[in-house]
Design a binder for this molecule. Structure first.
Ligand code: HSE
Length: 306
């Protein structure tokens, strides 16, 4: 393939209780990327539209992924990537992951589909490591596979795809401020109390079971994070108010999307999700802080050729 255009979706990682191990993909929000085979070796990056992201491959999350893939295959050609960001960096809905997963998927197409999905997740984590200092795949795995994915282990990599209940919808409020994942990780405590861990893994197990059983009430009861959210929420203006408004409007539960500042709420049914989004929006309407709202089903497909 000499040229391919792809869509790489935004993702919600952590899903409240499951820090670094669970995420799901959104339907319409995401990055578009074009990949072209070029005669000179190496990686060339062009940013389409307004973006101050570096086009130096070693400093760009998509660039480091592409470089590693080319290094492994040693083709006689290079790859040019034209990246059109649909997700703002530092948004909490997987901006770096969309670019990193998109790069893994697109470069693989140009190379002739030589790598497996699992290998693409491995490559995508190089981008996440550049962005956040840590190899994590809770955004890139769902961006690549679609749906909900559980990253049971990063080393060795073990990704489990989890079924998404048909009527599950997400409402997202994205305040237009930037929270760097690197910083949002630095402020976390390094250890947790056993009694807190017990509650947290009860919720994780409940959430996974709820997804398998399509038990919306169980999903709702399990959307609780007593370890990370209390710390990170201080970085997000009006977090408790938005969460309360979402639940009062009928959401199953609500929390921080990834490392924030976006907040998400899960609902049974699109109508409820729209109502929940409206309630979340009301909280921000008079705050003077700009925001974006998204309502989406769960994207079952993941990154795709468009
Ligand atoms: N699991 C990661 C974190 C996701 O919360 O730091 C970052 O988007």
């Amino acid at each position: 393939m000499d040229e391919v255009k792809i869509f790489s979706p935004a993702t919600v990682a952590n899903v409240s209780c499951a820090f670094d191990i669970l995420g799901f993909a959104l339907e319409e929000v995401g990055d578009e990327m074009i990949f072209q085979k070029i005669p000179q070796k190496g990686v060339v990056i062009e940013m389409a539209g307004n973006s101050d992201l570096s086009t130096v491959p070693e400093e760009n999350v998509a660039g480091v992924v592409a470089l590693a893939m080319l290094k492994k295959v040693q083709p006689s050609f290079g790859v040019k990537m034209i990246i059109k960001k649909g997700i703002k960096p530092g948004s909490g809905i997987g901006s770096s992951a969309a670019s990193a997963s998109g790069a893994a998927f697109g470069v693989n197409k140009i190379l002739g589909d030589v790598f497996s999905m699992k290998e693409l997740v491995e490559f995508s984590m190089l981008g996440e490591a550049l962005a956040s200092g840590v190899r994590h795949a809770d955004n890139t795995a769902p961006a690549l596979y679609g749906g909900f994915t559980l990253v049971r282990s990063v080393d060795p990599l073990d990704v489990v795809t989890i079924p998404s209940p048909k009527n599950l919808f997400v409402s997202i409020l994205h305040p237009q401020i930037e929270v760097k994942t690197l910083y949002a990780r630095k402020i976390l405590k390094k250890s947790v109390l056993l009694k807190d861990a017990v509650k947290q893994w009860g919720n994780i197990a409940g959430l996974i079971s709820g997804l398998f059983k399509e038990d919306y009430a169980l999903i709702g009861r399990s959307l609780q994070d007593i370890i990370v959210e209390p710390i990170r929420s201080i970085l997000i203006p009006l977090f408790p108010e938005v969460k309360k408004a979402a639940v009062e409007a009928g959401a199953l539960g609500s929390g921080i999307s990834g490392s924030g500042p976006s907040m998400f709420a899960l609902s049974e049914g699109k109508e409820t999700a729209v109502r929940v989004a409206e309630a979340m929006k009301q909280v921000y309407a008079e705050s003077g802080i700009d925001y974006e709202i998204h309502v989406s089903g769960i994207n079952a497909e993941g990154v795709k050729v468009i």
